[in-house]
Design a protein around this ligand. Structure first.
Ligand SMILES: *Cc1c(COP(=O)(O)O)cnc(C)c1O
Length: 362
């Protein structure tokens, strides 16, 4: 028997990239691999990429790990650099920072002796109000960066949508209009705004680079179906199947309580099963009673508290199930989006939280 592992379906990854490529058409693809490729394993996923134009990560450490593994595609640092002394390393390794604040512009303009000019992306705040230079300063910074000898050619202009997963939200049109007006006045060589949500909701299609993360892993960012969505969305297949074996079963009597805090008491005689995965593996501790677990072609409800190393399922009265079966916690039979809804979070968080002790099996 085996404790928690995640089966990573590389054929599904490859097919998802094909779907994204079809949806993106002639646009360029920045494949987003931050947070250990959303829990799927940074290096292996990077090695499997095809037909994408660059890789996006959030942290310098991730970018350097990719370079150390021999990955040669351009890498974009989506959160930019954190300190000026990182700039020579970025320039030497073709790592392209997103510049989202005035202090970063000043750092790039003033640094001496870069080994190579930097390729940079300039992020403007069009309404997310998190990262991005002020739109009324964008022109000034764009020009200064374009003219600087420290910068190779001119920055790619980018922004980020706050509500792309709700295609009908009025904020989308506002942000897109704002971004388009900036593009019209600055005339950058290239532009980018779409994450997975915007790509499959077909928002901002005139911009040059798309930046899909979640969709590549076969997950939909949308909570509700919507007629504006691309029909290609349905072709995506989950890449991760999170599994663990059933290591114990036992029959319990009506009125027996199970697990920490005796938080669950059975209202009938039944058989329960113990699956070797817990919050130490990244399975959410707050998964409530009734969250489905897939065993042997059927859904069973989670009961009792999620512990560090195990969870309990109610196999039902009369069950003859014995240890040794494999449970799927999420994957092709049990969409991670659905598990996230039970837990009150998003699929992104569940994927990223898969812990180091979970073996990734490709
Ligand atoms: C994470 C991230 C993305 C990818 O978002 P998904 O919703 O996973 O497609 C795109 N752009 C930026 C700037 C990001 O930080």
């Amino acid at each position: 028997m085996r404790a928690a592992w995640a089966a990573i379906d590389l054929a599904a990854l490859s097919d998802n990239i094909d779907v994204i490529r079809e949806e993106a058409g002639a646009r360029k693809i920045l494949a987003v691999l931050k947070a250990n490729a959303y829990g799927h394993g940074l290096i292996r996923i990077a090695q499997e990429l095809h037909d994408v134009d660059a890789i996006g990560v959030a942290r310098l450490e991730e970018a350097l790990e990719l370079r150390a593994a021999g990955i040669s595609r351009p890498i974009v640092l989506l959160e930019g650099f954190f300190a000026e002394d990182q700039l020579p390393m970025l320039a030497a390794s073709n790592i392209q920072p997103v510049i989202h604040h005035r202090w970063q512009v000043n750092a790039v303009l003033s640094i001496q002796d870069l080994p190579e000019p930097l390729k940079v992306w300039l992020k403007v705040d069009t309404g997310m109000h998190r990262l991005g230079v002020e739109p009324n300063e964008a022109e000034r910074w764009f020009k200064a960066l374009t003219e600087s000898n420290n910068v190779a050619s001119s920055p790619i202009l980018m922004s980020h949508l706050a509500c792309a997963d709700e295609p009908e939200h009025e904020k989308n049109e506002q942000q897109l209009a704002y971004f388009s007006s900036l593009v019209a006045s600055l005339k950058p060589e290239a532009t980018s705004i779409a994450n997975s949500g915007a790509l499959f909701a077909r928002l901002g299609q005139s911009h040059d680079w798309v930046r899909p993360g979640l969709a590549m892993y076969g997950i939909s960012p949308f909570l509700q179906d919507n007629k504006a969505l691309s029909p290609r969305l349905k072709q995506l297949r989950p890449v991760m199947k999170l599994c663990a074996d059933l290591i114990s079963t036992r029959d319990i009597k009506k009125g027996d309580s199970v697990g920490y805090g005796s938080a669950w008491t059975t209202s009938r005689d039944t058989r329960i099963g113990i699956v070797a995965i817990g919050y130490g593996d990244g399975y959410p501790r707050l998964a409530p009673q009734g969250t489905p677990v897939w065993i042997d072609g059927k859904r069973y409800p989670l009961v009792a508290r999620v512990a560090m190393d195990m969870v309990t399922v109610d196999l039902g009265p009369g069950s003859t199930m014995e240890p040794g079966k494999t449970a799927e916690l999420w994957g092709p039979n049990l969409p991670v989006e659905e598990i996230a809804q039970h837990v009150g979070t998003v699929a992104y968080e569940l994927l990223c939280n898969v812990a180091r002790r979970v073996t990734l099996v490709y």
